[in-house]
Design a protein around this ligand. Structure first.
Ligand code: MOS
Length: 643
């Protein structure tokens, strides 16, 4: 029988009094990853996965006979999400009803899990998340503290708040899996790819089966007739890995884009040109067209904004103000799709509108985006829109993950608004004294907040608030929903966002100082609904990319298996002083396959490929090829490039 203490001091004293005896085994936190003996199809948190992920042609044979070959292994470390706001839950019971306040990226999933664990009907569990102080994926799924807070609150009969310490989040709130990825590229001397082999292994915990899908972008990113993508897993005595910003594709593209850069150097071809030479016409992995792909235009614009044509390829050949410059670039891609979403829309008699959707704002601007959508549909200014989200008592909204929240909510909100407007037009034709009493709803239109006769103009109509007051109605409401496209078995289009990064580093060999000096990033993510919030997302991802390339890694203690650097002094993330000016450009081509506005959503793509651009720039400046992240100062001490 468990007992909960009723003060923090009692709990601490009790915890200190616990004496545990256990038999000791040496933990396995071995950093070299060899694939365990797993079957060809494995169960994962994303469902069953074939370890042979993608295959076309005969990649082995084509590689063996390729005139030019590259065979390298790239390593990315375990990385731990470090949102400034820690994980925490506040649980409150009212008889058999549980309310949980939690900074969750997925409140409806949290509700389902808690209902299942506590044997409650779903309607007895309410999860509320009004704001999230960042998550990066660490708050996508419920961790142990959530049910513990609920269980303690139930036993004590009073509300319980449980906040993890920073140290705990390193063990029990997920992290990005360490990966070891062998990439083999075969090419003609002219730079046409003939073979691509991507074999990767990632770490997992003893008990979980989270899938780090490093091969997600490999099969479609470039045109190559012979390809094979295969993965394996290696069990370690660590907390389970989980999604971290750009899961799978971010470590994956670091490896494949690094290989492309190395191949370009080997062929003495400009790395931009190598990519142009291998641009596919369709998604060759799935054999279907892209919904909207403007990768070449990203490369062209990025090269132009950066001044790439001035690059001299020889290592250490570029100098400015006594510093050695290194220039590097890489491509980016990220999946685009929709989760299922429901929304509610209200037009009210005071001329305001309300939009409600049980999704979350994780600092990415979801409140603002929903207000923009509502303002667009209701024809009222932004300050007359109320946005409600982050509560499971609202219509079920999507997970704030995969950069898919925006793309998912657009059709649901539009559907809800259209239904509210349809009701409004019916009210207009049925309300005694309405100027439209004798009309049919089909003869009416709604624009800029006014109801008017289709044949006429908005100015000739009346504001919706006037009609509602005349009808003696407080409000008119509409519900809307949209289906998921994520996980579709037979998609007609390959839906992805694209982009590229151009990076300048400065290198001072005398003091072994490497700085990221300049970044140009171009993103093709469909229609950008809010350029300010959008740019901020990409800038944030680039900052995280600087951390990924140069700073971040979680080290495990071989003595006890625990993370050693489990605090913000020792786990180093990029801060303002590490970050130069970041020049972000959007192409802004609407992708109507995703939704009516053509917005694919952004957030993760800015991190994809970025580390490969940095390591290429580091090589250009120093002559050192680093294939295990992060790049450390000691890696560069062997640089032969002296001032
Ligand atoms: Mo992101 S890892 O989908 O929060």
């Amino acid at each position: 029988m468990c007992r909960a203490a009723d003060t923090f001091e009692t709990a601490k004293a009790a915890a200190d009094a616990v004496r545990v005896t256990y038999s000791k085994n040496k933990p396995n936190v071995e950093s070299d990853l060899k694939a365990d003996d797993d079957p060809a199809v494995i169960e994962t948190t994303y469902g069953p996965e074939h370890r042979l992920q993608s295959e076309r042609g005969d990649a082995e044979a084509a590689f063996a006979s390729a005139p030019v070959k590259l065979d390298q292994t790239y390593v990315t470390p375990s990385e731990t999400h470090n949102p400034i706001e820690l994980q925490g839950a506040t649980a409150i019971w009212d008889a058999s009803k549980l309310t949980l306040y939690e900074e969750s990226q997925a409140i409806f999933n949290m509700r389902s899990v808690l209902a299942q664990m506590f044997g409650l009907p779903k309607e007895n569990v309410r999860v509320i998340t009004k704001f999230v102080g960042s998550g990066f994926g660490s708050k996508l799924w419920p961790w142990t503290h959530c049910p513990l807070a609920a269980a303690a609150a139930r036993q004590l009969g009073k509300p319980v708040k449980l906040v993890l310490s920073r140290k705990m989040t390193f063990q029990t709130a997920g992290h990005r899996a360490r990966t070891q990825q062998r990439v083999r590229l075969g090419a003609t001397p002219e730079g046409k790819l003939v073979s691509l082999l991507h074999d990767y292994v990632y770490e997992r915990s003893m008990l979980d089966n989270y899938h780090e899908n490093c091969g997600e972008a490999t099969s479609y990113h470039y045109s190559v007739p012979n390809l094979r993508v295969k993965f394996g897993r290696a069990k370690r005595n660590i907390g389970t890995p989980s999604d971290m910003r750009g899961p799978g594709a971010v470590p994956g593209l670091y490896a494949t884009e690094s290989a492309m850069n190395e191949l370009a150097d080997q062929l003495k071809i400009d790395p931009v040109r190598l990519r142009v030479l291998n641009e596919p016409k369709i998604d060759e992995g799935l054999g279907i067209p892209f919904s909207s792909r403007h990768y070449l235009e990203c490369l062209e614009l990025g090269a132009e904004k950066f001044g790439w044509s001035k690059r001299t390829p020889e290592v250490g050949s570029m100098k400015r103000d006594g510093l050695t410059l290194g220039w590097g670039m890489a491509g980016a891609s990220w999946i685009a799709a929709r989760f299922a979403a429901e929304a509610n829309f209200e037009l009210r008699d005071d001329g305001t509108a309300r939009v409600a959707c049980g999704t979350q704002d994780i600092g990415t601007g979801t409140y603002t985006i929903l207000a923009q959508l509502a303002s667009l549909k209701a024809g009222v200014p932004l300050d007359k829109v109320e946005v409600a989200l982050g509560d499971t008592s609202l219509p079920e909204g999507p997970v704030s993950g995969g950069s898919m929240a925006t793309g998912s909510v657009v059709p649901a909100v539009f559907d809800a608004a259209d239904n509210a407007i349809a009701s409004l037009l019916t009210i207009a034709t049925t309300t005694p004294g309405s100027p439209f009493e004798k009309q049919k709803p089909d003869d009416l239109a709604f624009e800029t907040g006014r109801i008017f006769v289709k044949a006429g103009a908005p100015a000739g109509g009346i504001p919706f608030a006037d009609l509602l007051r005349r009808a003696n109605l407080r409000l008119v409401t509409g519900s809307g929903k949209s289906e998921a496209t994520f996980g579709e078995k037979k998609p007609k289009f390959s839906t992805h966002s694209f982009g590229c990064h151009f990076v300048e580093v400065t290198w001072q060999p005398e003091i072994a100082r490497l700085r990221v000096n300049r970044v140009v990033t171009v993103i093709d993510a469909g229609r950008i609904i809010n350029p300010l919030a959008g740019r901020n997302q990409i800038e944030g991802a680039v900052v995280m990319g600087i951390g990924m390339a140069l700073l971040e890694h979680t080290s495990y203690d071989p003595q006890n298996g625990a993370p050693i650097n489990s605090n913000l002094a020792d786990y180093i993330v990029a801060v303002n002083a590490d970050v130069p000016s970041i020049d972000v450009h959007f192409l802004d081509y609407p992708d109507k396959v995703i939704n009516q506005l053509g917005a694919r959503g952004i957030g993760e793509i800015g991190l994809a490929g970025f580390a490969a651009a940095i390591t290429a720039a580091v090589h250009h400046a120093t002559g050192v090829r680093v294939r295990e992240l992060p790049v450390k100062i000691e890696d560069l001490l062997t640089s032969s490039i002296l001032s």
